[in-house]
Ligand binder design. Structure first.
Ligand code: CA
Length: 710
């Protein structure tokens, strides 16, 4: 392992054992994924490996390695790459344990790769039914695995938690963690704490009630469950760890029949263990539906939506919470990555938790008490003027709740920061944050009624979409920005930034080589000077790079790895296909070292089929109704305004668009169910299906004219 300047003697002493002694399997062979409690607790001193999702339990994503550094990073080259079998979104952070990389691809597929050569040791496909993709708000992504005592754990999109033999990839146990009759999904990485594997879920756009569950890592036996919000009072307590606190603190903060659409509060990303205080912090998501007026009669804070909640990892019992957005009504999840550190604030060492959730505030919270230390907006915000330091509550702009009129909120549902991991360098004291600016118009959906299994946000979806008119569309697009921000969490201010002309850029990695690595939406993977932001190195990845990079060593050689592949909420549903439309290449694992000489094969995107407007004529009323029906039912997968970006099919180019019967057989009856295109007969009738054809047809005509004009 590489020891850098500043590694303490204590850390060295703690790591010496691991450097020389891998865990032994019975019979004396070295065990794969030999991760135990001591090893996870000492991960900060074990810089060769990336043992848990955020690198160590503190999830700083800081690699204590400096073989690759600001002085030589220009010599960084591709060591190897591994092609995945899909161009769906790639969000995984790989683990690297004693020379083996364990990672995931879309559809919850898992693989073990030789970390030096990329050779596949095994791969595992949980064979998630393709129609489950419909329940995924934001693509069929997966953010990675956890490891413990020879096992690798993955949360599958359909709600299973699966333990694999790290040596062979064979299933050791599998449990169903959700009611599969409801639109739950899992995209987040499990974490292992004290022999328990902990997993949450997603689905609050479609209508579920969120929770997190701990299972015995060796057997899959459930240990405890914590529901983040109350259930239907008529059903009584759940008999779970959350019963007491939901009754004492949360119940009175909800009104109306909030349980009908589940209520939300899913824990779909951040689950972080505090080894100093023996606590678990979970990030809790948005309300279901989003609209607070409809969800809870416009009343109450709706605990514990949009909060960080501290739990006892042994029992699942509540310790404290901090709610960033009381009465959440904008899809302001607080699930975003959580980073733990000790910071000197006003001359005193404080154990802090740092988080930059969707609502646009950078929070520094006292981990011991859950009290706010400071909060500062890191992007322009129209919904608030700041956080009241006395109460810790945001000072809202009243109109932002769109009760009487539509309101353009910045940031919005896509977040000032989404799931893309941020990192913290104890050397520079800076947090490296992939921030973004995406305003959206919120307008209450008149006549909203819950539709089981479909999107249920109670917001007029069409009002959120970018407009069709080309000039207005371009002007709106120009408002969208993204930036890599180096943020000083003590002073709560930006130190430097790298500006991008669009959102959805990659997660970050900070290293002891004074570097920050980040991929971006436009297909570059880059290294910056951690102190100044100066660009030092860049690699053309052929596709957008969103995932969090990692670094590790094998046989004294340092590597940097990142998952390449574009997708997820913004590109799929956003409707801002930047640049010419093209088919995205499949995702890949990219691994770099100094002097690496591998090269990617040239990528020639296949020709897209031409726009295929129907020969039938439609009434203006049909087209207009179709616009609404498309926005409510189709846009989140096929792109706002029917502008898909080449990840899911662009319906304007669909061979079925000119054929009424074929179109209905797919959209209404589910002829392409095996491909993930579910039957919409549950939610819309044949006439509505035909209006969607009318609308997409009109969009196809516009596209045809545009392409002819080129
Ligand atoms: Ca959400």
């Amino acid at each position: 392992m590489k020891i850098s300047a500043g590694t303490s003697l204590a850390a060295l002493a703690a790591t010496a054992w691991f450097a020389t002694t891998a865990l032994q399997a019975p019979g004396g062979a070295t065990m794969a994924a030999a991760v135990n409690a001591d090893r996870l607790l000492a991960a900060a001193g074990d810089a060769s490996n990336w043992l848990t999702h955020g690198g160590t339990y503190a999830e700083q994503r800081f690699a204590r390695l400096d073989q690759i550094n600001a002085g030589n990073v220009s010599q960084l080259g591709l060591a190897w790459f591994h092609d995945f079998d899909t161009n769906r979104g790639q969000e995984a952070t790989p683990l690297v344990i004693d020379g083996t990389m364990y990672t995931t691809s879309a559809w919850s597929k898992v693989m073990a790769l030789d970390a030096v050569t990329g050779k596949v040791k095994w791969s595992y496909d949980p064979e998630v039914s393709k129609d489950r993709g419909f329940s995924a708000c934001c693509d069929v992504v997966n953010r990675g695995v956890a490891a413990w005592n020879g096992l690798i754990f993955v949360g599958a999109l359909d709600g299973r938690l699966i333990a694999l033999d790290a040596e062979t990839g064979k299933v050791k146990w599998s449990v169903v963690t959700v009611d599969q009759g409801q639109p739950y999904t899992i995209t987040g990485a499990p974490r292992v704490v004290k022999g328990k594997v902990i997993i949450g879920n997603g689905g609050a756009e479609l209508g579920v009630r969120g929770y997190v569950t701990a299972y015995d890592a060796m057997t899959g036996k459930k240990a405890w469950r914590f529901y983040t919000i109350p259930g239907d009072p008529a059903k009584g307590p759940d008999g779970e760890a959350s019963d007491e606190v939901l009754a004492a603190k949360a119940g009175s903060t909800w009104s109306g029949k909030y349980w009908q659409a589940g209520g939300g509060g899913t824990v779909w990303d951040a689950i972080v263990y505090d080894q100093e205080l023996d606590r678990l912090y979970i990030g809790v998501g948005n309300g279901s539906p989003w609209n607070h007026e409809i969800r809870s009669e416009g009343k109450g804070d709706n605990l514990f939506l949009s909060s960080v909640v501290a739990l006892d990892p042994n029992t699942g019992k509540y310790i404290w919470h901090y709610q960033g957005t009381p009465g959440e009504t904008w899809d302001f999840t607080q699930t975003q990555p959580i980073v733990l550190a000790t910071l000197k604030i006003d001359g005193r060492d404080r154990k802090v938790l740092m988080q930059a959730p969707k609502n646009g505030f950078f929070y520094v919270i006292d981990r011991e008490t859950g009290k706010l230390i400071s909060a500062k907006g890191f992007v322009p915000q129209t919904w608030t003027t700041g956080v009241d330091p006395a109460t810790g509550r945001p000072i809202e702009v009243p109109e932002a709740r769109y009760k009487k009129a539509a309101f353009v909120t910045a940031p919005s549902a896509l977040g000032a920061h989404n799931w893309h991991p941020m990192s913290f360098s104890p050397q520079t004291g800076l947090v490296y944050l992939p921030a973004q600016e995406v305003p959206m118009q919120y307008e209450s959906q008149a006549g909203y009624a819950h539709r089981p299994g479909a999107w249920n946000v109670a917001i007029k979806m069409i009002a959120m979409e970018p407009p069709s008119d080309r000039a207005v569309y371009k002007a709106t697009r120009a408002l969208l920005k993204g930036q890599l921000v180096a943020w000083d969490p003590v002073k709560q201010k930006e130190v430097w930034r790298v500006q991008y002309d669009g959102p959805w850029n990659g997660g970050t990695l900070a290293t002891a080589g004074n570097l920050v690595f980040q991929g971006n939406a436009k297909g570059s993977f880059q290294a910056f000077d951690a102190s100044t932001g100066k660009p030092l190195w860049s690699f053309a990845a052929q596709t957008g790079v969103m995932a969090g990079p990692v670094s590790y060593t094998v046989n004294g050689v340092q590597y940097v790895a990142v998952t390449a592949g574009y997708g997820g909420a913004y590109p799929i549903s956003g409707g801002f296909g930047d640049g010419p439309q093209r088919v995205a290449p499949n995702g890949r694992m990219l691994v770099f070292k100094l002097g690496g000489t591998a090269t990617l094969p040239a990528w020639e995107p296949p020709q897209l089929p031409p726009p295929n407007p129907p020969r039938d004529s439609f009434t203006t009323a049909q087209i207009s109704a179709g616009a609404t029906n498309f926005a409510e039912n189709c846009a989140v997968c096929h792109g706002a305004g029917a502008r898909a970006v080449g990840i899911l099919p662009d319906l304007r180019r669909s061979g079925a668009l000119d054929d009424k019967a074929l179109w209905a057989s797919i959209v209404h009856d589910g002829a392409l169910k095996e491909n993930g295109m579910v039957a919409f007969s549950k939610w819309i009738n044949r006439d509505q299906v035909e209006t969607i054809r009318a609308y997409v047809g009109a969009q196809a005509k516009m596209l045809q004219a545009e392409e002819a004009g080129k």
